[in-house]
Design a protein around this ligand. Structure first.
Ligand SMILES: [Zn+2]
Length: 216
């Protein structure tokens, strides 16, 4: 009763969008068959908070855990895609009716998905999780949260506060999803960040498959 897997990751390529003060992305052929080498070998240079990626507690806390310590169950299993209509930020008032439960994996589809990935320029007014909503999600004891642009918090507002509230609560964060081809509803999620020792974040591949709830 399942559909096909949907890739909700963003492709990595030279010159793609990144957070304003983060390193740019460069993917360069260091060995090249065209130049007489026996194989093509590329060098990848990028910040770990670019494209589809995950945040670890050490991103904002000096003694926090690295991404390599994330339990695999945080990002493999049932997840719920919630559509957010607010064009500015995710607020508790919009979340409450969804009755988010403890242990849930929740992915927020905002207008970012259709709007922000169209350009290599950083979109400053992306929809983010307000610090009030972050505290609400922390109280609900959500397991994992996914957002559809480069940060759970805003550029001008709630950047540090939102990260602190979520990471302090032990919530694992997926950032940089593209949910434009995903309808709200129940899914199976697989998202695996690269196993980089003690890293504050890591690029990840994320895929979803719809779960058809059969009525009995
Ligand atoms: Zn982040």
């Amino acid at each position: 009763m399942e559909g096909d897997w949907i890739d909700v990751s963003v492709p990595l390529r030279t010159g793609m969008v990144h957070w304003p003060d983060n390193p740019s992305v460069s993917i360069e052929r260091m060995l090249d068959i065209e130049r007489g080498d026996v194989a093509n070998v590329s060098k990848l240079s990028m910040g770990v908070h670019t494209g589809t990626h995950m945040d670890a507690p050490i991103h904002f806390f000096r003694m926090g855990r690295g991404i390599d310590t994330m339990p695999l169950s945080a990002t493999i299993g049932r997840a719920c895609v919630i559509e957010i209509r607010d064009p500015e930020s995710i607020k508790p008032e919009e979340l409450r009716p969804h009755r988010i439960q403890g242990g849930e994996r929740v992915l927020f589809k905002t207008r970012n998905s259709a709007r922000c990935w169209q350009t290599d320029d950083f979109v400053e007014d992306f929809v983010y999780i307000s610090q009030e909503a972050a505290r609400y999600l922390a109280v609900q004891r959500v397991q994992t949260i996914g957002v559809d642009y480069l940060s759970v918090g805003g550029l001008f507002k709630d950047g540090v506060e939102t990260h602190h509230a979520l990471l302090e609560a032990g919530i694992w964060l997926i950032e940089g999803l593209n949910l434009s081809h995903v309808e709200p509803g129940a899914y199976e999620l697989i998202c695996l960040p690269l196993k980089i020792e003690d890293a504050d974040g890591a690029p990840a591949r994320a895929i979803l498959r719809a779960v058809k709830l059969t009525a009995k």
